[in-house]
Write a protein that binds this ligand. Structure first.
Ligand code: NAD
Ligand code: LMR
Length: 354
């Protein structure tokens, strides 16, 4: 058995240069095939946009996740190099790379979870909505691929503007008759990660002990931290509430400005995306009591999409929790958030319906 495997590897190695070539492209065999057969049970995960600023560290973090048995890394550039690199990590997930549109189908076929950080990031002075013209088309194409190849996969959508790209994805799935609202999740985890960090600084505690629900959406005033519901319970002063709300709502801009033209949050986003993906996988596995915030199709407000706490299970976002009691400051924030969200959602919907 071992000898067979070694012989096949030797055959593959003979065909595998120059570096960067898709694994198995010439030999018809994948280097991972020998091990894939004996691979650990687990979930199949694809990262679309895997060679990007978020994609690369996210690929690394997903390769470290013991719940992942197969990791597909897709991009329109540089995915062979990222794949070769990540595949050398001695963790159990089998890694395969896919390059360019013609390999999208193979990248997606059979996936349980698809994570999408594909698209352009902001530069200083831009809003997330300024990314719409480029990213809307990218997300639409990738979601059409999901329709054809893994319509039952859970989708974690990171590409901005999330407030519009999630409605775009939903429309693509609806058009194809494959839309399951529980399986489409806009990733707002970075807002929660930031909120926990900034609140922990104010309280002087470890961020791991802090939990701040962040609801609404993922842009400016639509990011609504519910500081009155913070765990551990604490009553902030009005100044603290204003400082924290402003910092959480503008955390993305803080990074964009600090990077001064070199992009937006990538490392903290990869961390947040990996954390969120892990909760989705634990939900798929059937773990109980997994609750995170996400931007989903929702009836929590009159808007068709809204971020709030959801319970993740085998079917995705199986339960969507109401917002709970809000104070006057949060109620007024909610009205502002809903106004902006309504037009961003509408923009996404009409992009596909036009
Ligand atoms: N949801 C959030 O909290 C959050 C946080 C940070 C960034 N973002 C967003 O994530 C996106 C990616 O950010 P980044 O910093 O990684 O950007 P990046 O430019 O570094 O990487 C994007 C990658 O997407 C790839 N790509 C482009 N078109 C593609 C296509 N059609 N198919 C597959 N891949 C494609 C690019 O080749 C590139 O490798 C941006 O839209 C950014 O605004 C969202
Ligand atoms: O701010 C951005 O443009 C990227 C992302 O949405 C973030 O919140 O960091």
């Amino acid at each position: 058995m071992q000898t067979d495997c070694n012989q096949r590897l030797a055959r593959i190695a003979a065909h595998l240069h120059p570096p960067g070539l898709q694994m198995g492209e010439r030999s018809g065999l994948r280097r991972s095939e020998c091990r894939a057969k004996g691979g650990a049970p687990g979930f199949k995960v694809a990262v679309l946009g895997a060679a990007g600023g978020i994609g690369q560290p996210l690929a690394m973090l997903m390769k470290m996740n013991p719940l992942v048995s197969v990791l597909h890394l897709y991009d329109v550039v540089n995915s062979p190099g990222v794949t070769a690199d990540v595949s050398h990590m001695d963790t159990s997930a089998v890694v395969r790379g896919f390059l360019g549109k013609e390999q999208l189908e193979n990248a997606l076929t059979g996936m349980d979870l698809v994570i999408i950080p594909a698209g352009v990031p902001r530069k200083p002075g831009m809003t997330r909505d300024d990314l719409f013209n480029i990213n809307a088309g990218i997300v639409k194409t990738l979601c059409e691929g999901i329709v054809n190849c893994c319509p039952n996969a859970i989708v974690n959508l990171i590409s901005n503007p999330v407030n519009s790209t999630v409605p775009i994805a939903a429309e693509v799935f609806k058009k194809a008759g494959t839309f399951d609202p529980k399986r489409l999740l806009g990733v707002t985890m970075l807002d929660v990660v930031r909120a926990n960090t900034f609140v922990a600084e104010v309280l002087g505690v470890d961020p791991k002990d802090v939990d701040v629900p962040v609801v609404g959406g993922h842009a400016g005033v639509t990011i609504l931290p519910l500081l009155s519901q913070v765990k551990p319970q604490y009553t902030f002063t009005a100044d603290e509430v204003r400082y924290l709300t402003d910092r959480i709502q503008n955390g993305g801009t803080e990074v964009v400005e600090a990077k001064a033209g070199a992009g937006s949050a990538t490392l903290s986003m990869a961390f947040a995306a990996a954390k969120f993906a892990d909760t989705c996988l634990r939900g798929l596995r059937g773990d109980a009591g997994i609750v995170e915030c996400a931007f989903v199709a929702s009836q929590v407000t009159e808007l068709p999409f809204f971020a709030s706490k959801v319970r993740l299970g085998r079917g995705g976002a199986e339960e969507i929790y109401p917002l709970g009691p809000l104070n006057d400051y949060e109620r007024s924030g909610l009205e502002k958030a809903k106004k902006e969200l309504a037009s961003s959602i509408e923009k996404g919907i009409s992009f596909v319906r036009k």
